[in-house]
Write a protein that binds this ligand. Structure first.
Ligand code: ADP
Ligand code: MG
Length: 269
C-alpha cells in the first residue's frame, strides 16, 4: 500500500517524521543542495517554525512577509516568498516563528488542508524538485505539506526509539492515503545517524531491512561530526569544500534516488 508499483518521477517530496532530532532538516537541506549541485532546479520549503533550514544557509530569520507563513495565510503571493540561497539552482521559502500562529489562523479557511497544494500550483513549473522540510508535529501545516507532496522520505535514526517514530508516521500516512490522498507514497525510509561503533545501530539497520525490504534506501547516513561543523559555518555539508563521509552518503542517496527514475548521473540544464 505504501509504495507505488509504477515509476513516475515525483516533483514534490516531503521530508517527514513526527519525531524530532532524526535528521529531517539535515536531509532536506543536503538532498536539496545536492540535487541543485547536479544541475536540477530545486525549491526548498521550510515548514518548521524553528526555521532551521533558513539558518542552515546562513540566512537571517527576518522574512516575516516573505515566508511560508505569509504565503499560507495570504499575506504575500508565494512568488514573493521565494528567496535565492546564493547557490546556483537552489531557492528557499523560509519559515518564521509566526508559523505557529498559522495553525490557528487557518482553522476557518475553506480547504485549509489544501492551501499549500493550491499555492504551489503556479510555481511548480519553475522547478524540477520541491523539497518540503516538515516539523516534528502533526497540525494543519504539516498535513498541508503531506497533501502537497507526491512522495515522502522518512528519516529514521538508527536507535531503538527510532522505530516508535516510524509507527507513528506510517499510521498517519495510512490515514492520509485512505481519506485524503491515495496517491501519496513513501519514496523511502532513510536510516540516519548510523554509528558504526554501536552494535544497536547496525542491528536496527538490519531489522529495518528485514521488515521493510526495499522501502528502505540502500544508502544510510553515518553519524558524522561534519554536520555539526556545517551548522556553525552555515554551509550544507554536501556543498562544503572539505570532503566528509556525511557528504558522500547524501550524494549516494541522491544517485540512488535519481537512478530509480532512470535519471542516472546525467546533468541537465
Ligand atoms: P530534525 O529536523 O529531524 O529535528 P536535524 O536534521 O535538525 O533533525 O538533526 C538534529 C541534530 O542532529 C542537528 O544538530 C544535526 O546537526 C544533527 N545531525 C543530523 N544528522 C546527523 C548526522 N548524520 N551526523 C551527526 N549529526 C547529525
Ligand atoms: Mg527539523
Amino acid at each position: 500500500v505504501l509504495r507505488k508499483t509504477f515509476v513516475m518521477l515525483p516533483k514534490v517530496i516531503a521530508i517527514s517524521n513526527q519525531k524530532g532530532g532524526v535528521g529531517k532538516t539535515t536531509t532536506a537541506v543536503n538532498f536539496s543542495a545536492g540535487l541543485s549541485a547536479r544541475g536540477y532546479k530545486v525549491l526548498l520549503i521550510d515548514t518548521d517554525h524553528q526555521a532551521s533550514c533558513t539558518v542552515a544557509f546562513g540566512l537571517k530569520r527576518e522574512f516575516d512577509n516573505r515566508s511560508i507563513y505569509a504565503a499560507l495565510v495570504g499575506l504575500s503571493p508565494i512568488q514573493d516568498c521565494i528567496i535565492p540561497t546564493g547557490y546556483r539552482n537552489l531557492d528557499l521559502i523560509p519559515s518564521t516563528p509566526h508559523l505557529v500562529g498559522a495553525e490557528i489562523e487557518m482553522v476557518n479557511f475553506i480547504d485549509r488542508e489544501y492551501k499549500l497544494t493550491e499555492k504551489l500550483e503556479p510555481i511548480k513549473p519553475l522547478y524540477d524538485f520541491i523539497i518540503i522540510d516538515c516539523p516534528p508535529s502533526l497540525g494543519i501545516v504539516p498535513v498541508n505539506s503531506l497533501l502537497a507532496a507526491d512522495s515522502i522520505i522518512i528519516p529514521l535514526q538508527c536507535e531503538f526509539f527510532g522505530i516508535e517514530g516510524l509507527e507513528l508516521i506510517l499510521g498517519t500516512l495510512k490515514i492520509i492515503q485512505k481519506r485524503l490522498k491515495p496517491s501519496l507514497y513513501v519514496e523511502g525510509i532513510l536510516l540516519t545517524l548510523h554509528d558504526a561503533y554501536n552494535r544497536v545501530s547496525t542491528q536496527i539497520l538490519e531489522l529495518m531491512r528485514e521488515n521493510f525490504g526495499d522501502l528502505v534506501f540502500d544508502t544510510y547516513i553515518p553519524r558524522d561530526p561534519a554536520f555539526i561543523d556545517a551548522t556553525a559555518v552555515q554551509v550544507p555539508v554536501i556543498l562544503s569544500k572539505s570532503p566528509s563521509k556525511g557528504a558522500d552518503a547524501y550524494d549516494r542517496l541522491i544517485l540512488e534516488f535519481l537512478e530509480k527514475y532512470n535519471l542516472g548521473k546525467r546533468k541537465f540544464n
